[in-house]
Design a protein around this ligand. Structure first.
Ligand SMILES: C[S@@+](CC[C@H](N)C(=O)[O-])C[C@H]1O[C@@H](n2cnc3c(N)ncnc32)[C@H](O)[C@@H]1O
Length: 396
């Protein structure tokens, strides 16, 4: 059963959820596009989604919350913020599949998303810093009467989350758990400082770099130890006309490379909005704003084939809470496409991950540059001739 073409709900969540896909995010049998928290949030929010409500959604993974709220009769537009461009695309794809012509608006975290919101549904993020930025934005912009329903899997929730919410709301009430999910209801937004503290900036003395971080970005203002190891080999990296920091996070690799190679053009790209906003801020804070192009993109989708001479990558190996190699392999395959023949992918990974056969297959001949007790750094040279990177299939 699908939603009617006029957007009217002709079905319920039992019919809606199985139609949802994660595409273009990695898909696999053990990964699905919705979870029990989506259902609990929607069931609990039903009484707040009346015709006079102004709903907003934060952290919708693939559209289950937004399309579920529309199904429940929430008035249009349901405003939604998703950090990942893959999630934004999945919501649009899923809306087409289930036949809603629209009824939602995808917006950055800020006033356009939250101004006057009377009910806010949140899939709780994993990091407290991300929750802090979301709570700050809701308290800053939503209606004083707002009801916030923040839900997560019990095993990923902590008392620290309640403490963060309590810094921004006068009334924070954890609810009973259902099917291993729980929601926390927050009301009575408290006054906030005149300017948002995000992105947070911190000086890294060892790198001589100011690092800027929005709440959702990998490692915050810290230097990841894998990235630190990769940077030990910066002097040995090739001089590239065009270098790409793939999965840039706060943009440390882009900034360090741009500074060390004044003749290079550098692109920093990530699928996360918080990451690209952070990388842009890091570039500006270090006087490199005119040297680094920052692009929000899934696996460099907008970069032409054979357009880069060097790609730097500290790959992800988590998908949500699951350790899953598909995320890294997808980026190796993308590197095989975007590197020019003879161009190099320099990457760092936990030595136990056995990425070398995949690098050989998806990019080309791979040599070890360095190894410490935890990490391996390799350089893979894009082979000439036929396009590298064919035949990627997600692993288990
Ligand atoms: C391990 S972090 C590294 C971040 C940063 N380069 C650093 O060294 O601190 C991996 C990054 O890859 C990004 N990422 C994951 N999948 C991606 C995809 N399909 N396209 C673009 N970026 C992706 C994540 O958002 C994350 O910022």
């Amino acid at each position: 059963m699908t939603l009617g073409s006029d957007g009217a709900a002709e079905t319920n969540l039992d019919a809606l959820f199985p139609q949802l896909r994660r595409f273009p995010d990695v898909e696999a049998a053990n990964l699905q596009a919705w979870d029990a928290t989506d259902r609990l949030l929607l069931d609990s929010a039903a009484e707040f989604l009346g015709p006079d409500s102004r709903p907003a959604v934060v952290g919708d993974r693939y559209g289950a919350l937004t399309l579920g709220a529309i199904t429940a009769g929430a008035p249009a537009p349901v405003r939604v913020h998703q950090d990942l461009i893959t999630g934004e695309l999945a919501l649009r794809n899923n809306a087409r599949t289930v036949g809603t012509g629209g009824g939602f608006e995808q917006l950055p975290l800020g006033s356009a998303l939250l101004a006057g919101a009377t009910v806010v549904l949140i899939q709780l993020p994993r990091s407290l810093a991300e929750l802090e930025e979301i709570a700050d934005a809701v308290a800053r912009h939503a209606a004083p009467t707002v009801t916030v329903l923040a839900g997560g899997r019990v095993k990923h929730m902590s008392l620290g989350m309640n403490a963060v919410l309590a810094r921004y709301f006068g009334d924070v009430q954890p609810q009973l758990a259902r099917q291993k999910s729980r929601i926390v209801i927050a009301r009575k937004p408290l006054p906030v400082s005149p300017a948002t503290p995000f992105p947070i900036t911190s000086a890294n003395a060892a790198l001589g770099l100011r690092i800027c971080a929005h709440g959702a970005v990998f490692a915050g203002t810290d230097l990841d130890i894998g990235t630190r190891f990769l940077l030990e080999f910066l002097p040995q990296m090739p001089d590239a006309a065009h270098a790409v920091d793939l999965g840039c996070g706060t943009g440390i690799l882009a900034a360090m490379y741009a500074r060390s190679r004044p003749g290079s053009r550098v692109t920093a790209t990530d699928r996360s909005a918080a990451a690209v906003d952070s990388a842009r801020a890091t570039a500006a804070a270090n006087g490199l704003g005119d040297r680094i192009d920052v692009v929000q993109d899934d696996a460099m989708g907008s970069l032409p084939d054979s357009s880069a001479d060097l790609i730097l990558l500290n790959p992800p190996f988590h998908l949500e809470s699951a350790v899953h190699s598909g995320a890294g392999l997808k980026l190796f395959e993308a590197a095989g496409r975007v590197l020019a023949p003879g161009g190099e992918l320099w990457t760092v990974f936990n030595s136990h991950l056995q990425y070398r056969p995949a690098l050989e297959r998806l990019v080309g001949p791979t040599r070890e540059i360095g190894r410490n007790p935890k990490f391996t750094v390799t350089a893979s040279t894009r082979r000439s001739g036929a396009q590298a990177g064919v035949g990627w299939t997600p692993g288990p």
